[in-house]
Design a protein around this ligand. Structure first.
Ligand code: ASP
Length: 342
């Protein structure tokens, strides 16, 4: 019989309304079978592990990603797959970070959550959780197997590091603009196997527990001040910066802006350029407004999401790599997070 481990970190999915306190409080998953008796009908054993303290995912931190990764590592051989119940607000960051930290993964790790608590009448928690369990317990009957970190939400299974949270009010909270879905749940669960991540080498599963959080995100906007840019770039111990640029990677062309970036790069900071657009890719040099970035050594983040670029930098610098190696891996597709155009 298959075994699945559900790791509950917090978020709306696990909340229940406490009538005495008149607020949402975390739900005791020990009682999950009373709430969702359908779970007993799965031909698999489900274990639960609850993180303490349970958190709203707005409080997610890299050190908590390490705890999740370590827990998966510790129980890796016991389970056929893992489900992480997580708040939606930072779910894409966690999925991206875990996709890098869990190296040579050969089992599904599926994050899910919900927009409404489990006990709400129109809740999406029930279907999200039940279908995620069904995917982990049955995917191999129909496919060669899911071996990556995914997000399952509103009947779609996504590659986690391709997602972003897109709406806070509708049920389809996530989108993956630059990569197609891995599976969709309707009357049947249809797997799109061609989109699954495949490994050529068979290496032992391991985790990388070191993340370097001396990374910054600089979102450009008309009116951004030089003072703000320089304050970010002069942060002590800063190693890498994700620049969220416009369109296909465009940025202001004024000399003071370019000089500030160039000075930061010369002082040893790695800069990667991703777009504020959800879909499409950075193409440095396509417009004159990105040519200078290319000339001073800003790296193109291609079609990576901001969440992926940020956590990839944390992961690469966490490995203690030199800047040239970090730059080399930034433009390589490590976990399906980047479309490499050859
Ligand atoms: N604030 C909540 C969280 O991210 C929202 C949710 O769960 O959807 O933890």
């Amino acid at each position: 019989m298959q075994k699945i481990l559900i790791i509950y970190t917090g978020g709306t999915i696990g909340m229940t309304y406490d009538t005495d306190l008149q607020t949402l409080v975390p739900f005791d998953f020990g009682k999950i079978y009373d709430r969702i008796p359908e779970l007993k009908r799965f031909n698999c054993k489900i274990d639960f592990y609850t993180f303490h303290p349970l958190i709203d995912s707005s409080d997610m931190q890299p050190k908590k990603w390490v705890l999740i990764a370590k827990h998966i590592y510790k129980h890796y051989d016991e389970y056929s797959g893992f489900i992480i119940l997580h708040g939606t607000d930072t779910m894409s960051y966690t999925a991206s970070a875990l996709s890098f930290m869990l190296e040579n993964l050969s089992k599904p790790v599926i994050l899910t959550g919900s927009q409404l608590p489990l006990e709400a009448v129109r809740t999406d928690a029930r279907t999200n959780l039940i279908t995620a369990i069904e995917i982990v317990s049955t995917h191999k009957q129909y496919t060669d197997g899911i071996k990556e970190v995914c997000i399952f939400f509103d009947n779609e299974l996504y590659r986690g590091n391709r997602t972003e949270k897109y709406t806070s009010s509708k049920f389809d909270a996530f989108k993956s603009a630059n990569f197609p879905i891995l599976a969709e749940a309707g009357v049947h669960i249809i797997y799109h196997e061609d989109n699954f991540l495949r490994w050529s080498k068979k290496q032992k599963f391991r985790i990388d527990e070191k993340l370097n959080d001396h990374i910054a995100l600089l979102k450009l906007y008309p009116g951004i001040t030089q003072n703000f840019i320089e304050t970010v770039l002069k942060m002590p111990q800063l190693r890498g910066v994700v620049i969220e640029s416009y369109g296909a990677g465009n940025a202001p062309t004024n000399k003071t802006f370019i000089d500030a970036l160039q000075e930061a790069i010369s002082s040893g900071i790695v800069m990667v350029n991703v777009s504020q657009c959800s879909g499409g890719s950075v193409e440095l040099g396509k417009y004159e407004s990105s040519t200078q970035l290319q000339q001073i050594g800003v790296i193109s983040g291609g079609d990576m999401t901001t969440e992926s670029a940020l956590t990839k930098l944390m992961y690469l610098f966490g490995k203690g790599l030199r800047n040239t190696q970090v730059e080399k891996f930034l433009v390589k597709n490590l976990r399906g997070e980047l479309t490499v155009i050859s």
